[in-house]
Design a protein around this ligand. Structure first.
Ligand code: FES
Length: 652
């Protein structure tokens, strides 16, 4: 009669196949995504499927008990040794004998969807650049002499339709004993390459490689570095780890690092070496946490700002210290771990660095673009990555503009008299009673407010040590809202404000937040200089955003996304009271968390995303704030709190 009908779920693909066709082959024929590492030899179990039996009126078929072939010896051997879950079959062994409905579970799909984390704006579908292939290689034959690699290459071409693979010397030099140890059966990790580069063998293991392989998504910030270890088959984040950027000892902010390189012979090289050494330590740590061998980390994606980008690659960033801010190259980088002294990774492990946008809008901004996709947004979105250099993007699907604005380190608590990094004991939330001008606050590491009973006991261990960046923004905004600070940023006297917390401190007034000096603890105040520093930083941020709005020809944006670790902690209301961000409905101001890190992870897990961002960065129009006269004008207006000319109706 007729050939049996096969219907695959969840794809819905269907078609007739010859009786006796293995399910894996049927899937291939019908374009269904069904994984296989062993090439149908019953070894890897990646091809598991679940047949469904019974009546399917929707499809107009009945699936009988004998729709798939009986278990053969290979499948039985797998079941005896490893066991299959109830109802599961090996797709490469079970053959289609009659009409059948076959479900492909997520773990059997190569292009499976990665479980989404809360803050992530888009789905991640697996399509990693590195894959495993099990092959059986022909043995050498004196009658037909050929190299072992050439026979391995033919095996990959014939068994996997992967022609023309290349091999690098460090891999080649280890290859021969591995082929013999595996008795001519080996697993290869292959980097699939792209239009510009052929596929390459990165690692070879004797026999079938049981262990997982991993990739790293790394966000190198000026202050901190975060590394996420991901399983390259499931996409799961296996471990995350962070460290301070060891370059801090050469300069807190980027420009001081650039000048360190200019003033000290070999200075840029020292900073490069310090960073790479730190990365090696971090990768060892994150692998240990994830229970992985660093040896199994085969791909790594990096995002960073342009100065760090250059220092990471071993390029002196001197040109980025002055106009016209020329990058050595804005293009994406495809490199080997050994090119960058990442010695804890296998020498052939790959490194991909996202492209930069232009000038000081770097690969970290490109990663934010990839993660938040302003270029695909229907509504007009303002994306702000707050750091020592704010990277700002404004756009929708018609176009995207970007700029960077030198906010300086004030938002990180630097330059602030009682400022400190976010750590236990740092004040992070503040409310000031407008009637009494009395503050109440919360510190990191404690859930109680300072006027709750038990606060003193709960904070005894950490103490109350200072104010972190988000705390500074809140306290200044609250001081403004309570009338302690005027629009120009001046703190009033005790008489003017009616609060004894305001006191003369040199020639200006300060506001006392917390006094523990009687117990030998700190005296935490907000000084007029602190307010000045925040005014400068927030004015830079706002003016950058406003300049992009001018260029776009709009007075309002539909929504605002705050990216970066700091962005995640800022209260939108306080940012708006300060005039740090333009007016927008408060519920349209959201945090994207570490969007740059998410972008790195997307590029790690999906090679098409790399091609996508390489195209997208060309379409982003970079606006240079340094040469725009209107930037100065906006800056002056934005120095007032909230602003000398702009209105914030959403706060009313
Ligand atoms: Fe490897 Fe079926 S494809 S076990």
């Amino acid at each position: 009669g007729k050939d049996p009908l096969v219907i695959f779920t969840p794809s819905g693909r269907r078609g007739h196949v010859a009786p006796g066709t293995p399910v894996l082959t049927a899937a291939r024929q019908l374009g269904v995504d069904l994984d296989s590492v062993c090439g149908g030899r019953g070894i890897c179990s990646r091809c598991q499927i679940t047949p469904a039996y019974g009546e399917f009126p929707k499809h107009g078929i009945t699936v009988h008990d004998d729709a798939l072939s009986e278990w053969n010896a290979v499948e039985q051997r797998y079941e005896d040794k490893r066991g299959l879950k109830p109802g599961r079959r090996l797709g490469c062994q079970a053959q289609v004998m009659g009409d059948v409905v076959i479900d492909v579970p997520p773990e059997s799909q190569v292009h499976r969807q990665v479980v989404r984390k809360r803050a992530e704006a888009r789905d991640i579908v697996m399509n990693p650049a590195v894959r495993l292939y099990y092959v059986e290689v022909a043995e050498p034959d004196m009658a037909h002499p050929s190299g072992d690699f050439e026979r391995l290459r033919s095996a990959l071409a014939e068994q996997w339709d992967l022609p023309g693979v290349h091999i690098d010397l460090p891999v080649l030099s280890d290859m021969q004993p591995i082929l013999r140890k595996g008795e001519w059966k080996v697993t290869c990790a292959v980097h699939l390459g792209d239009a510009a580069a052929p596929p390459r063998i990165m690692r070879i293991w004797p026999g079938f490689h049981e262990d997982r392989i991993f990739g790293l998504a790394v966000d190198i910030g000026s202050t901190t570095i975060a590394a996420h270890l991901c399983d390259l088959q499931s996409g799961e984040v296996v471990a995350s780890s962070g460290m301070m950027n060891p370059q801090i000892r050469f300069g807190e902010d980027l420009m001081s690092r650039v000048s360190y390189g200019m003033l000290n012979k070999g200075g840029a090289g020292e900073m490069t070496a310090a960073l790479r050494e730190g990365l090696n330590a971090l990768f060892t740590e994150v692998a240990r946490e994830g229970g992985a061998e660093t040896d199994h980390i085969l791909d790594a994606v990096f995002v960073c700002n342009p100065v760090i980008h250059h220092l990471f690659l071993g390029i002196d960033p001197v040109e980025l210290g002055q106009a016209p801010f020329a990058l050595a190259s804005a293009g994406a980088m495809n490199l080997m771990a050994r090119d960058l002294d990442l010695t804890v990774l296998p020498p052939a492990a790959r490194v991909y660095v996202l492209p930069c946008i232009a000038g000081h809008v770097g690969a970290d901004a490109a990663a934010v673009t990839l993660s938040e996709a302003p270029d695909k947004s229907e509504d007009l979105v303002l994306l702000v990555d707050v750091g020592t250099n704010a990277e700002i993007q404004l756009g929708n699907r018609t176009r995207v503009l970007a700029c960077s604005s030198p906010t300086g380190p004030a938002f990180e608590g630097a330059q602030i008299s009682s400022g400190q990094r976010a750590a236990p004991g740092a004040i992070e939330r503040v409310e000031i009673d407008p009637a009494t001008k009395e503050p109440r606050f919360k510190v990191i590491g404690c859930d109680l407010w300072s006027d709750d009973p038990g606060f003193a006991a709960a904070t005894r261990a950490s103490g109350i040590t200072g104010i972190c960046g988000s705390g500074i923004i809140e306290i200044i905004a609250e001081m403004r809202a309570a009338g302690i600070v005027d629009a120009s940023g001046l703190i009033g006297s005790a008489e003017q404000t009616g609060s004894s917390r305001c006191f003369l401190d040199g020639r200006t007034h300060s506001y006392l937040v917390w006094d523990d000096s009687a117990q030998g603890g700190p005296r935490i105040t907000v000084t007029n200089r602190d307010i000045r520093a925040i005014q400068m930083a927030k004015a830079a941020l706002f003016s950058g955003a406003r300049l992009l709005m001018d260029r776009f020809g709009v007075d309002r944006v539909d929504r605002i996304v705050l990216a970066g670790a700091f962005g995640a902690h800022i209260s939108p209301k306080h940012a708006m009271i300060l005039g740090m961000i333009p007016d927008a409905p408060l519920d349209k101001v959201t945090s994207a968390g570490n969007a740059a890190g998410t972008g790195a992870r997307i590029a790690l897990l999906n090679r098409d995303a790399r091609a996508e961002i390489e195209r997208t960065v060309h379409e982003i129009h970079k606006v240079e704030t340094a040469v725009e006269p209107r930037f100065q004008e906006h800056f002056v207006n934005a120095s007032a709190i909230p602003n000398a000319v702009e209105a914030f109706p959403e706060l009313a």
